[in-house]
Every structure is written in C-alpha cells, then in structure tokens.
Ligand binder design. Sequence first.
Ligand code: PML
Length: 301
Amino acid sequence: MAQRTEAMANKMLHNLWSVRMRASKNISGKGQGTRPIGSLSQRLIEGRGQEMHISGAEGIYGPSDIDKVIKSYYQRAVEHSRGLPDEIVITVERLKQRPDIVSVLPVSTIKSGSPSEAHKTINGLLSDAGLSKKAIENGLKVVCGKKAMRGASMIKAESGIRAEPDRKRGVRVSMLGMDKGSEKAISMKLTKARINTTTVKEALTLASKVASCGGVIAELCISDDPDYTTGYVTSKRFGYIRIPRIKQKGSLSGGRVFFIKERADVKKIIEYLEKRPVIAKGLPEVGGAVSLNEVLSCTNS
Ligand code: PML
C-alpha cells in the first residue's frame, strides 16, 4: 500500500508543468496604441525593441489545473492597470526533472512610516545578515535608481561588487511554484493578517526559492509598480520581512537584489534560480507587526 502511494506520488511529480505568462505592449508607435515616453511603466523589454512589460506570472501545476491557470493568466494580463497588452505569451513546459521541495519562509512585517525609516530597517536587517556597508549601499542604489531593472542584480556580500553577468537583463527567477495544499493553508493565515493577495503569495514563493539557494545570503525587493509601496527583505536567518512605505507612491524605481557569498559560484546560483524547478511547501508562521529590535534580538539569541 505504502509502495503504491509512493509510486503514485512519483508519477504525479513526473507530470508537472511550468506555466508562464508574459504580457507586453508595443510602444514603437507603428500603428499601435502608445503612451508618451516617460509615462507609467516605460520599461522597454531588453533586446525586444520598443516593448513595454505589462504583466507576468508563473507557477508549477498538474495537468488538471492547466486549463484554469491559462484562463486566469490571460484574464490577469488583459485586466492589468498598465493597459491592454498587444502580445501575451503563455508557455506550458513539462518539467524534465523532479522539483526540489523547499520551505516557505515565515512572514512578518516591520512597520515604517516613510522611505527613510524603511531604509533604516533595511540597513539593520541586512547588516544583521552579515553584509558589508558597501554591499548594502550598492544594493540600495540598484533598487532606488530611476530605471528599474527587469531582472535581479547580484551583489557580493563583502566587496559589494555587482556579479550578474548581464547588467541589462539581470537574473530572472523561474521554474517555481507553491504546493497546492500549502497555498490553501497559507492563504488562510494571510487572510487573518489581511495580506492574502496574489502579489504577496507570488513574492513569498519567489523569495522562498531564492532563500533556499546555498550561495544567497539575503534578498532585497522593491516593486517597480508605482502604486505598490510595500517591499521586503528576506534571509534564511529571519524569513520574509515586509516593509511598508519602502518608496514614495508614484515612484517608478524598484527591483530585486540577491546578496551572495563573496566567493560563491555565480554560474551555479543563476542555473539554480533560472532553471531548477522548485516547489515551496509548508505552513510557516505569519506574524503581525514586529519591531526591528524584536527581529534582531531573535536572530542573535
Ligand atoms: C513584486 O512586484 O512582485 C514585488 C512585490 C513585493 C512585496 C510583496 C508583499 O507585499 O509582501
């Protein structure tokens, strides 16, 4: 009986699909609806000419969920506040290897009233994770710059040197999803904390994959959405810490930085983050608001 159950579980893990959606808009002005340069989300997709990113999503699913997911991704792309896309690319790719199972990070929030207060929190958390002043400074430069990168930057923990091979493209975390059962249970906890949104769950899934990567020490993320002003800092040390008012409303800046071990194998990290299928699973703590000191005293006790 146990053998049969295991065989079934194995079969299921061998019939999993990565479903990815990317929606974009042509802004070259050749007969397409355009927005003036400098307006909301003028992010040109690197290497694809005059295209603006509208929306993206991805997950790992069994065959019975694929129809529903494709429909919901399409819906999400055409209903995005950035406008109607000209192109929606949905890729459905069968996984060629069994996904790694990683733990979902515990969630908490450190309240902040302004971007400068948020920056103090970021500094406190990232120093506690063992990063040098230079590394933190350079990380903040990436996420606070006028032009947000589409992919993530990688910064070495001591020297603060940028390590991603292509600074325009950055690193794109892909091949990830959340276990269905865990998602249901986490949704209930997030609802209690009043943060049960797709944005939070997708960011939590991504951050859990990043934190599970051996060479990564911490992550800093600020959304490039001008209306979304909550960001986060994560590490295996303290989990997923949300920071409200991390940037001014209306600001187009944002991005992600992965702080990596000084002598880490950069190629190996990128291979893991971009190609290795990972499912985040588990029922983490979802706490309310905590202070920076509370977090630091827990990590140092
Ligand atoms: C994003 O735009 O994907 C980043 C969202 C970061 C914050 C998510 C949260 O509210 O926890």
